[in-house]
Design a binder for this molecule. Structure first.
Ligand SMILES: [Zn+2]
Length: 69
């Protein structure tokens, strides 16, 4: 099986993350930055929801980010 060589994409990893449960807040954090088993949002204090997300490896460095609009 061959595949075409295309422009190199940044590698991506599938990560467990936590997103803020509040609809008014775009806060999320990586699982390994959470402070306890059921973290609260560092931006607004709302309870967070566990999710799986595929992210470029390059974006893995910040503890807390905002969702892209
Ligand atoms: Zn929040």
């Amino acid at each position: 099986m061959r595949f075409q060589q295309q422009v190199e994409k940044p590698p991506e990893v599938s990560l467990k993350i936590w997103t803020c449960g509040s609809e008014d807040c775009n806060g999320w954090m990586r699982d390994n930055f959470k402070s306890n088993e059921e973290p609260d949002c560092p931006l607004c204090g709302h309870a967070m929801i566990e999710e799986e997300r595929t992210l470029p490896v390059l974006e893995n460095f910040s503890a807390v980010s905002h969702k892209k609009e």
